[in-house]
Design a protein around this ligand. Structure first.
Ligand SMILES: *[C@@H]1O[C@H](CO)[C@@H](O)[C@H](O)[C@H]1NC(C)=O
Ligand SMILES: *[C@@H]1O[C@H](CO)[C@@H](O)[C@H](O)[C@H]1NC(C)=O
Ligand SMILES: *[C@@H]1O[C@H](CO)[C@@H](O)[C@H](O)[C@H]1NC(C)=O
Length: 271
């Protein structure tokens, strides 16, 4: 039944057309059903420990098992769009102190194959470039919580189960016109479109660098850091799923790898 609506209208006042009563009833019913459905889904997801959301998540990007240190290092480097970079300060008041900055990085263009080499732009207007110009030794830190992976799984970022790597090395400037410059700048522009504006800004003179690695320390799970050799680091392919994660082989020692965020482990340990 549709009753045409007649509303009182003052002179000159414009009134938005009102939906017939029958339509309104359907809208109210639709909203109520939607609300009940959403509440049910939210409760179900909470009760099942978030498994409902996980069901819809693509797990092809899941971190490697904690025993695969080289792969974890490559995984974090490839995933990273930025790092915390530490340099030795040249600022008078804190000369020689460790100093940190956020630096945008890329080890390949987005969704392209990982190279393991971090490229980044610096400008001498910035204190990090000034520090590295004096002494190019640096350390970068990357954590699994950079995309809130640990936080979302209820793990404090300081817990050793929230993997992190500390990569130390030297910043090497790459000359414009070389193949490596073309590769590194394309990788940077792909992940950081803003970088194209940086290099075009007069007087900023951004230049491309790469991290020439000296040491890779991986802190993943309890038991202190593990040091990954450059050979193992370069050989690790983060794009390939690990045997333990992908094959159904009945290797008992492989199946005994605890899940990354197992709650059966002691949680009182500190890094
Ligand atoms: C690098 O060289 C190319 C070609 O000469 C030039 O177009 C580009 O602006 C240069 N990049 C930087 C950051 O100076
Ligand atoms: C890293 O630096 C060392 C010494 O400065 C140099 O011999 C080596 O070729 C560099 N590695 C890369 C990958 O550029
Ligand atoms: C099982 O895995 C361990 C460690 O990955 C390896 O050393 C061992 O050879 C494997 N055993 C079999 C039967 O594949």
């Amino acid at each position: 039944m549709t009753i045409p609506s007649v509303t009182y209208k003052q002179f000159g006042e414009t009134v938005a057309p009102v939906a017939p009563v029958g339509t309104k009833r359907w809208i109210v019913l639709y909203i109520m059903v939607s609300a009940i459905l959403l509440t049910t889904l939210a409760c179900w997801n909470n009760l099942s420990g978030g498994s409902l959301i996980e069901m819809f998540e693509d797990d092809s990007d899941a971190p490697p098992p904690h025993t695969e240190y080289a792969k974890m290092a490559r995984y974090l480097v490839h995933k990273a769009e930025w790092v915390s970079m530490g340099s030795l300060s040249t600022v008078d008041a804190i000369k020689g102190f460790p100093m940190v900055n956020i630096i945008s990085v890329a080890d390949s263009a987005r969704s392209e194959k990982s190279t393991g080499t971090l490229y980044f732009y610096l400008t001498m207007l910035d204190y990090t470039a000034q520090d590295l110009d004096r002494d190019n030794r640096l350390t970068v830190m990357l954590t699994l919580d950079q995309d809130l992976y640990c936080t979302r799984n209820g793990i404090d970022p300081m817990e050793p189960t929230c993997a992190r790597i500390m990569v130390s090395g030297r910043a090497d400037k790459i000359e414009n016109g070389t193949a490596e410059y073309a590769f590194g700048s394309r990788a940077m522009f792909s992940r950081h479109p803003a970088a194209q504006k940086w290099i075009q800004t007069d007087g900023h003179n951004f230049f491309l660098c790469k991290l020439n690695i000296t040491q890779i320390a991986v802190l993943d799970f309890y038991g202190g850091p593990h040091y990954v050799t450059m050979a193992d680091y370069l050989a690790a392919d983060p794009d390939k799923r690990s045997k333990a994660a992908s094959s159904s082989s009945s290797n008992i020692s492989e199946r005994q790898i605890p899940p990354r965020f197992s709650t059966t482990e002691g949680t009182t340990a500190t890094p």
